[in-house]
Design a protein around this ligand. Structure first.
Ligand code: PLP
Length: 420
């Protein structure tokens, strides 16, 4: 017998145990996963650095400075942010708090900012796991706002959020924060500086918090064919006359820009001392390992390595995105062309949906197509999981080796050709 919530959680199907991943020689019948947003292209560079630079000392066996980031790590991260995020005011290590991943921090911030039933507002489509991370254990609810399918990064989004906010409050719904993902998952865009200023002004006017998840900040690549926005951190915007800085919070971590999801290290950067103190109290439940923190010190303190690693990563991402787009073009698969950040391409398979006989419903057809992909040995996140406004979208993670991209897109084509 479980509690009511325990019984609900036991119904959630979450990845567990050994995975049957495709390998061209060792496991040709395995599954091609285009689902997890990881930069597989940089794993070797990172592990080479770690293997030649790590010797742990006995302090890592201890609880050490306990659970929310050693002074050394917070100092190294502050240096990294001051170098790469162009903050309007220098980041102080005391404004930084670590936990075992941004996932844990998203949940903690939701609990810190909202009481039961209060809401966090967000545009859509958007990173699907925000739903689980922000709501599953917190009692917090989400308020999704339509901000244009693929174009939600200019000042126009401010009016959409204002409308969404007014609609919510007119129904008695209490909005406590707006969360954005910049660069955006799944669309791969960066917000313009003007849009960010507009959002800060909006949050100030409504006295709500702005949470900016900037976990892909430095995974932005140049595209010679497009004039795309560069990354602007909200930390780089002068808050004077715009917003109380204690309402602005940024999330960052090692999982994406450093290709190190397995390190489980994320951090909150906030000038709000009360929030920071509360997050630190809660984060003892999601503490990072001393070994991970020690490795991150060695990476972040070596600015020469970081510089080179990020440049190699951005070059590799640009090249692989082009390679993936060429394969998709050859296959006649539609996708959102404009992204220049992150590891994903937003496919538009709406014209390929095959309504099930029983029900002419696009979302059912999308689920069916997703199942067909799985049966054919290729997995992608669905648009439904990412709260896409229309059915038929899939998120393809392209930051995998070439032979895996080729095999996965071949399997996708086989499914699409067999259903059309
Ligand atoms: C926008 C966003 N935030 C957070 C995360 C998870 O970060 P972490 O690995 O630090 O928990 C992801 C992973 O896909 C993400 O895309």
């Amino acid at each position: 017998m479980l509690s009511t919530r325990g019984a609900q959680w036991s119904q959630i199907d979450y990845t567990h145990g050994e995975q049957n991943f495709y390998h061209p020689i060792a496991n040709p019948n395995g599954v091609v996963s285009f689902a997890n947003a990881e930069n597989f292209l940089m794993h070797q560079d990172l592990i080479d650095f770690i293997n030649s630079n790590s010797r742990f000392d006995a302090s890592c066996c201890s609880y050490g400075e306990m659970f929310t980031g050693t002074n050394r790590l917070r100092t190294a991260m502050a240096m990294h942010l001051n170098t790469h995020f162009q903050p309007a005011a220098s980041i102080d290590p005391e404004q930084i708090t670590f936990a075992a991943g941004v996932t844990a921090l998203n949940e903690t911030i939701a609990m810190m900012l909202c009481d039961d039933g209060e809401r966090i507002m967000l545009g859509r489509p958007v990173y699907g796991s925000f739903f689980r991370d922000l709501t599953m254990r917190t009692g917090v609810k989400l308020h999704y706002v339509s901000v244009g399918d693929t174009d939600q990064f200019t000042t126009k989004c401010v009016a959409d959020f204002e409308k969404g906010y007014d609609e919510a409050t007119s129904q008695g719904i209490k909005i406590r924060a707006l969360i954005i993902c910049n660069p955006h998952n799944p669309l791969g865009h960066c917000y313009s500086r003007q849009a960010l200023e507009g959002l800060l002004r909006f949050c100030a006017a409504k006295k709500i918090h702005l949470i900016s998840d900037e976990i892909y900040a430095l995974s932005v690549y140049n595209r010679s064919d497009l004039d795309n926005e560069k990354f602007t951190s909200v930390l780089s915007i002068v808050t004077t006359g715009l917003i109380d800085p204690s309402l602005v919070h940024v999330l960052y971590g090692m999982s994406k820009d450093f290709g190190a999801g397995g390190m489980r290290l994320g951090c909150l950067i906030s000038r709000n001392k009360e929030l920071t103190d509360g997050v630190r109290a809660v984060c003892r439940f999601s503490s990072p390992s001393q070994f991970s923190m020690d490795l991150a010190n060695k990476i972040l303190e070596n600015q020469g390595f970081v510089e080179k690693f990020l440049l190699n990563s951005q070059t590799a991402l640009a090249k692989q995105r082009q390679f993936a787009e060429n394969l998709l073009d050859e296959a006649g698969i539609h996708y959102h062309k404009k992204g220049n950040a992150g590891f994903f391409i937003w496919l538009d398979l709406s014209s390929k949906l095959f309504p099930p006989k029983t029900q002419d419903n696009g979302w059912v057809a999308e689920r069916l197509l997703s199942r067909r992909f799985e049966e054919a040995g290729v997995t992608m996140s669905t648009g439904e999981a990412y709260h896409a406004p229309q059915p038929g979208r899939f998120r393809l993670v392209f930051s995998v080796p070439e032979e895996i991209l080729q095999e996965g897109i071949k399997r996708i084509c086989e499914v699409l050709n067999s259903t059309s």
